[in-house]
Design a protein around this ligand. Structure first.
Ligand SMILES: [Zn+2]
Ligand SMILES: [Zn+2]
Length: 347
């Protein structure tokens, strides 16, 4: 089969590999759509301690089951499924508590195991038994279904915020994740949604998804403008999807008393944020972090997509053939669109 492997930093190579062999407990998936994630791009540019090269990356996968082991009962040939990224061991403390995304092993598709930038991907026994392999509706395309993994992380963040109707939101960063937050917040009945984003194209896209105010932080003081837009009180919550320490410290100043700040995007290695902790104390702020998503968040994400609560197809701005995976990475790197997907079937 054809696959695209990361063979060195910033080097993706199209290669020929054997189609993985199914054993009694595993499943073979024909990859139909795989998204380029910010974390794929980070590995591509800097490597990762969990990823030994060469490695086929890609964990935002939707495909069709084409082969299964003799003991695999719950799936059938021809099932259209979307995957969660994590491969929980099922046995450690976190897995036992239903928090497979915090599994002590940290196994992830496209990290320790070959991922989706290939014609086929093997779902091993651990994945089949403990991972999220979610069937989706006939009316959902493979492309849309492959957004269920990033959207499950958005679901996880929204759960943390326990939003109430009419609340004011600030979203820092309008990349794929920031935009998914905007669209979901609109649908969930948020009040005013304020987006802070440098690039004009992405500000306009956020606006088309329902953002009320889009601030260019280069042209004006974002915190001041947010306070103006919220009668001087600050927002009910703010969500940080931009990997910037400057934004992380600003976010505390733009939420109201008892407000909630959600940290989503991690900082590049070695970067730290200086924070005015007095704001947390005297404004009685809630600070949360989210990373990855549980199985139930992934199932919920698929339900959103199947029910078309949001028009997910609009997030996919670039499509590439498997041979062109490198270009998909470059498009993500240059932030020209929102989401790039690779469609291995497309010739
Ligand atoms: Zn991802
Ligand atoms: Zn575990």
């Amino acid at each position: 089969m054809k696959a695209v492997a990361l063979t060195d930093i910033s080097k993706l190579e199209v290669c020929e590999k054997n189609i993985p062999q199914v054993d009694d407990h595993s499943v073979l998936l024909k990859v139909k759509s795989v998204g380029v994630c910010g974390s794929d791009l980070r590995i591509y540019q800097n490597g990762d301690a969990r990823v030994s090269l060469p490695r086929v990356m890609g964990h935002e996968i939707a495909g069709e089951i084409v082969e299964k082991g003799a003991f695999v009962d719950c799936f059938n040939i021809g099932d259209r499924v979307a995957l969660g990224a994590h491969i929980p061991c099922g046995l450690c403390n976190y897995c036992q508590e239903g928090l497979g995304h915090h599994c002590l092993h940290g196994w992830t598709i496209g990290y320790q195991y070959d991922g989706g930038f290939a014609e086929y991907v093997l779902l091993n026994r651990t994945m089949v038994e403990n991972g999220s392999i979610c069937k989706f509706s006939e009316n959902t395309s493979f492309e849309e279904a492959s957004l269920s993994e990033p959207f499950s992380c958005v679901m996880s963040g929204l759960r943390e915020l326990s939003i109430r109707a009419g609340e004011t939101a600030v979203v820092f960063g309008a990349g794929a994740i920031g935009c998914m937050f905007v669209a979901a917040l609109r649908r969930m009945g948020a009040g005013k949604i304020i987006v802070v984003q440098r690039s004009r194209g992405r500000r306009e896209f956020a606006k088309s998804l329902g953002a009320d105010v889009c601030i260019d932080p280069v042209a004006e003081n974002a915190v001041q403008r947010i306070l103006e837009e919220t009668n001087g009180h600050g927002s009910d919550f703010s969500i940080i999807t931009a990997p910037s320490s400057e934004v992380q410290s600003q976010a505390l100043s733009c939420v109201k008393k008892k407000g909630h700040v959600l940290f989503f995007a991690g900082l590049p290695k070695g970067k730290k944020t200086e924070m005015d902790t007095n704001q947390i104390i005297y404004k009685e702020l809630k600070i949360s972090g989210v990373h990855g998503a549980s199985k139930s968040d992934h199932r919920e994400a698929v339900r959103w997509i199947d029910n078309k609560f949001v028009d997910f197809s609009t997030f996919i701005t670039h499509r590439f053939k498997l041979d062109e995976t490198q270009n998909a990475f470059l498009a993500s790197k240059e932030k020209t669109g929102v989401k790039s997907v690779v469609l291995p079937d497309w010739r």
